[in-house]
Ligand binder design. Structure first.
Ligand code: GCU
Length: 339
């Protein structure tokens, strides 16, 4: 036994000399750092989508700035589950990082609903004035008791309706239509108050639900409409822009607490940098996605200002339900649009 063990150690030493024992599993001659932390990052969009590309950038930056001590493995295409499941797992550290839409997140941190109320922003600039400024910072405070740590804001443009058979030209056309929504009570109430029937469903199931006629349509932004191929099954796109739903990069608090303050700071900086990159990619993708779907036969229905106003007025009553106690914040958000 002893002799065998000796022999084994000799072989091992020889192998180390030949191949280099860097502890990194075959690092050749160059010295490789063994990661101290290997984390997971969940993303439900396709690999080439702006949020996925920015997630890869985030992981690269973190690796570079920590000299390989922190590795983040990005899993796109909902490989780690749908958004609701991702958020559930993050709350006990089952998933370390993610980018999610505020809609499902609001079920955990309800104040996030305020930032995605229908027609709360006059446009993109207004939304970024809010999120990048003091109001955005104030909203970060609502995470204090949550098991999630907000890192940086991502763009997701404006959401509009699209339908397969019945085009929406005016408010009355929504009456009775089955519209897929995110798993969010606010989104359900928005559809219902406009006269439609809300069908909450996972993102990954939308294409087939429209194709099979289980719903009459859905609502989303240009890049999703194109990336998920929804335009192939729902060609009428009504540009009503009823809501802008910002997105957040998040860390699980359980994961966050394992990190030193200086690592936390590095991760925050990388998240900010990746967010700048995401916004740039987003602006480009919004344009190319719109061009592509128009070229491929999507029929875009533009609403008159008067009709848009009717949509806006119709949804106002839900502000009472979702913003009660926070009307001062709603006012501040509105005022930021007038600057
Ligand atoms: C957008 C958003 C996704 C979300 C999806 C949805 O595409 O970026 O995170 O899951 O909307 O409608 O579910």
């Amino acid at each position: 036994m002893r002799a065998d063990r000796k022999k084994y150690l000799v072989y091992l030493a020889a192998a180390c000399v030949l191949y280099g024992c860097t502890g990194s599993g075959g690092g050749g001659r160059s010295e490789k750092t063994v990661p101290e932390f290997v984390f997971t990052y969940a993303e439900n969009q396709a690999d080439d989508y702006p949020t996925s590309q920015a997630a890869y950038r985030f992981a690269e930056l973190v690796k570079k700035k920590t000299d390989g001590r922190i590795e983040i493995q990005v899993k796109t295409g909902a490989a780690l589950g749908d958004e609701k499941a991702i958020l559930e797992q993050m709350q006990f550290g089952g998933i370390d990082f993610a980018r999610v839409s505020l809609s499902p997140l609001s079920e955990i941190v309800p104040q996030m609903n305020i930032l995605q109320m229908p027609y709360i922003y006059t446009g993109r600039t207004h939304m970024w004035n809010v999120l990048d400024g003091e109001i955005g910072d104030a909203f970060m405070e609502f995470f204090q008791d949550a098991e999630l740590v907000p890192l940086s804001w991502y763009d997701a443009g404006a959401r509009s309706f699209y339908t397969s058979e019945i085009p929406i030209y005016k408010l009355e056309d929504i009456e009775g239509l089955k519209i897929r929504v995110q798993q969010s009570r606010l989104m359900m109430d928005t559809i219902e108050i406009l006269g439609g029937e809300a069908v909450p469903m996972k993102y990954e199931d939308v294409y087939s639900a429209i194709q099979k006629g289980e719903v009459d349509g859905a609502e989303n932004n240009w890049p999703t409409y194109e990336s998920e191929q929804h335009y192939k099954v729902a060609k009428y796109f009504t540009l009503d822009e009823h809501t802008r739903v910002p997105e957040l990069q998040l860390a699980s608090r359980a994961t966050w607490n394992k990190l030193s303050e200086s690592d936390q700071e590095v991760i925050r900086q990388c998240a900010e940098e990746s967010a700048e990159y995401q916004r740039k990619l987003w602006t480009e993708r919004e344009k190319t996605a719109e061009q592509k779907v128009r070229r491929e036969g999507c029929q875009v229905i533009e609403l008159s200002e008067a009709e848009k106003l009717r949509f806006r007025q119709a949804v106002m009553p839900i502000y009472e339900k979702y913003c009660a106690g926070y009307m001062d914040l709603v006012e501040q958000i509105r005022e930021a649009g007038e600057k």
